[in-house]
Ligand binder design. Structure first.
Ligand code: CP
Ligand code: NVA
Length: 310
């Protein structure tokens, strides 16, 4: 196989520099406003989607984006030989022989890292237990579009210190966002990810702060973000989690504590009455549907970036 030219994997937000992210965002805006200009950019290419967890948005936005750029897709769910014990490395080499790029949704982040090390083509993280970079990057691009900037934007994340929280932390630290995370103490984000982020804020501005107090976190923020209390793969813990997270709901009280112009974001799927009330999710401050649509534009841009296409 001779398809090796310079390419990049995207495993986590922290793989990118601030300049690279801003470049991806700029291209995403061009794609959003003039999609026709990009309609042949993936002609004669085939992208594989290897998903070991459920998905609506990620699968559809990648597949639609690839088709819109004249590429083809092949979806592989739980029926692959991986489920029967074929190694990750063998799977990566085989898939890389047939495909031009691979999007993976899996459990442990180490599975994705092992896959990417063996893959001869770009690998994009479509979500692992620890990171969801395509979602977070899309969300920062959306915030930038709404507010015209990211530097100095005040943002609160309320809920579980999960994959979504980790990717938002890494993005905030690169993009100069002031991010406060409010989670129960036993569900705080990975301290190592926070430490690395704090170091990056020294160069880029912004801040990353953890608290257990959701109301204090929401005070005066321009962006209020939440995610499910029970992520995919944690279903056995859902009863305990619902009790622990009860005080970490995005509701009217938190919205009223925030800035008057606050936008409420949620990566979705949402569970009304749990991590967010129906009143807020379906209310005037909610931007969750245009937020979800933005995945299409940013991921098209990310794919071109990972393939080294100008
Ligand atoms: N937000 C997100 O990644 O949604 P899906 O799980 O539907 O892909
Ligand atoms: N934290 C959630 C995000 C879903 C898009 C999960 O991993 O299930």
């Amino acid at each position: 196989m001779t398809k090796k030219k310079a390419f990049r994997h995207l495993l986590r937000v922290g793989d990118l520099t601030r300049e690279e992210i801003l470049h991806v965002f700029g291209r995403a805006e061009e794609i959003r406003t003039d999609p026709g200009r990009f309609r042949d950019r993936m002609a004669r290419e085939t992208v594989g989607l290897l998903f070991e967890k459920s998905s609506t948005r990620t699968r559809l936005s990648f597949e639609a984006g690839i088709h819109q750029m004249a590429g083809d897709t092949v979806f592989l769910g739980g029926e692959s030989q991986l489920a029967r014990g074929e190694t990750i490395e063998d799977t990566a080499r085989i898939m890389g022989g047939y495909l031009d790029m691979i999007v993976i949704r899996t459990f442990g982040h180490d599975r994705l890292e092992r896959f990417s090390r063996a893959s001869p083509v770009p690998v994009l993280n479509g979500l692992t237990d620890s990171h969801h970079p395509c979602q977070a990057l899309s969300d920062f691009s959306y915030i930038s579009r709404i507010f015209g900037t990211l530097k100095g934007i005040r943002m609160a994340y309320v809920g579980d210190g999960n994959n979504m929280a980790h990717s938002l932390i890494e993005g905030a630290a690169l993009l100069g966002v002031d991010l406060v995370l409010a989670t129960p103490t036993e569900y705080r984000p990975d301290p190592q990810i926070i430490r690395e982020a704090e170091e990056k804020t020294l160069a880029n501005g912004g801040s990353v702060v953890w608290t257990s107090d959701p109301l204090a976190a929401a005070k005066g923020v321009q962006v209020l973000y939440t995610d499910v209390w029970t992520s995919m793969g944690q279903e056995a813990e859902s009863t305990v989690r619902e009790q622990t997270f009860r005080g970490y709901q995005v509701n009217r009280e938190l919205v009223e504590a925030a800035d008057r112009e606050v936008i409420v974001l949620h990566c979705l799927p949402a569970y009304r009455g749990k991590e967010i009330t129906a009143e807020v999710l379906d209310g005037p401050r909610s931007h969750v549907f245009p937020q979800a649509e933005n995945r299409l534009y940013v991921q098209k841009s990310l794919m071109l970036f990972c393939q080294g296409k100008e």
